[in-house]
Design a protein around this ligand. Structure first.
Ligand SMILES: [Zn+2]
Length: 427
């Protein structure tokens, strides 16, 4: 674009010089000015921020990580900077996967591996992330284009392939094993796989790969009527795998794709997909950065705003051989795991005694007992800053009823009470 504009400007200048009548030059001057303005606009649009070496907690408008590092400062996350060490693989860059990729990119994830074989179409524009001018590009390439502009610090790997083909599955497996990003890492080269695909066959392929590689992953899905969805954590051997509890309705031995009739398609809403992507990445962050509780399974019914949650144990009769192998390993490792948990709890118990909960109280926050009367009988309306008054009476005013007269009759025991009742009934 910049080159074309430069050429256009040169053409206009030579046209101006070749004109025999100088009176026509004014309109060419105007055209030149417009091209110069467009060149400036094009240059500013392509301005990208430079890479950041270390995450900084400095509170300045120019720091892209200040709001994220504040999580550390507020004690939500112990070490936010660790996010740069993590690699997350996202399979399926559609309505959920693309938004999940953008969220992780904005959070400053270390490395993202993106898998999809599809192209961007106008029919995808009801969802978030992709733009109309990206139509015809592969979803992976279009995603890399947008994500690298948003955050150039993230290492992006794009795999335009179908993981349900033999070759695609092999490439998928070897890319997950690749440890060049963090050579010292145990297990595979990725910390988490997010499945954001829209069909059973692809989910089974992710399940197979993760069971074989002993790789923790999260599954996500949105219903065909676009009004419900779910996320699920799958830890091989520890929780149910995707084959342990298969869905109730699946294609019966026929190619699932042949079930899709021409001109008939699933509904989709950017809202439901955005919510599911948000829940998925929220739980991915909790798992990676070790804060809060990770949901084992969380459903979302948008019609009733209902979020069912449950846990699923692995099925000892699972049809997946790799799942059974992981289950055996998990049971064998139980004594070591229990000992580690016990040791950790002991250490935590000791540090709780030794360490004050909040050593530095920068904001002067103190805990006040609800029952304790306010010091010096200061009513809470007095606590308002100068210049503010209460529109409604203070809640304390309602408590200032005259004290009830102490009851004239007191009952020493049940017998006395019974006598009183009998006397009343006799009247
Ligand atoms: Zn299983």
């Amino acid at each position: 674009m910049e080159v074309e504009l430069k050429e256009l400007l040169a053409d206009l200048q030579s046209l101006k010089l070749s004109l025999p009548d100088p009176s026509n030059r004014a309109s060419i001057d105007q055209l030149e000015e417009r091209v110069e303005r467009l060149t400036k606009l094009a240059n500013s649009a392509s301005l990208r921020r430079s890479k950041v070496k270390d995450l900084s907690a400095e509170v300045v408008d120019s720091n892209p990580y200040s709001r994220l590092m504040a999580l550390q400062r507020m004690g939500i996350v112990e070490n936010y900077e660790r996010i740069r060490e993590f690699s997350v693989a996202i399979v399926g860059i559609g309505g959920v996967g693309s938004v999940a990729a953008e969220m992780l990119t904005r959070c400053g994830i270390g490395r993202l591996l993106l898998y999809d074989y599809d192209k961007v179409e106008l029919a995808n524009m009801n969802r978030l992330f992709f733009r109309p001018e990206q139509c015809g590009m592969t979803k992976t390439d279009a995603a890399v284009q947008t994500l690298s502009d948003i955050n150039p610090d993230v290492v992006l790997e794009s795999y335009t392939l179908n993981i349900t083909t033999v070759q695609g599955f092999d490439t998928f497996m070897s890319s997950l094993r690749n440890k060049t990003f963090r050579p010292g890492k145990e297990g595979t080269g990725v910390d988490l796989v997010l499945s954001c695909v829209d069909n059973y066959e692809a989910r089974m392929a992710v399940n197979q790969a993760c069971n074989e590689l002993n790789q923790t992953w999260m599954e996500s899905g949105v219903s065909e009527d676009a009004v419900s969805g779910h996320i699920q954590l799958l830890v091989p051997g520890e929780t149910a795998c995707f084959a342990c509890a298969p869905p109730l309705v699946v294609a019966s031995g026929v190619d699932e794709r042949t079930l899709k009739r021409e001109g008939v398609c699933a509904a989709s809403l950017p809202t439901t997909m955005g919510v599911v992507a948000g829940l998925l990445v929220q739980n991915a962050l909790k798992l990676l950065l070790q804060f809060g509780q990770v949901s084992p399974y969380l459903g979302y019914n948008s019609l009733k705003d209902y979020f069912p949650s449950m846990e699923m144990k692995p099925n000892p009769q699972c049809s997946n051989a790799a799942c059974l192998e992981r289950q055996r390993e998990y049971i064998l490792a139980k004594p070591a795991r229990d000992a580690a948990i016990k040791a950790k709890m002991e250490v935590e118990a000791r540090t709780t005694v030794e360490m004050p909960l909040h050593a530095d109280n920068e904001w002067n926050i103190s805990v006040v007992d609800d029952c304790e009367p306010l010091r010096g009988d200061v009513s809470s309306s007095d606590a308002l800053p100068e210049g503010l008054t209460r529109e409604l009476p203070n809640a304390d005013e309602f408590h200032k009823f005259p004290a009830a007269e102490p009851s004239a009759t007191t009952f020493d025991d049940i017998e006395e009470l019974r006598r009183q009742l009998d006397a009343l009934n006799a009247d």
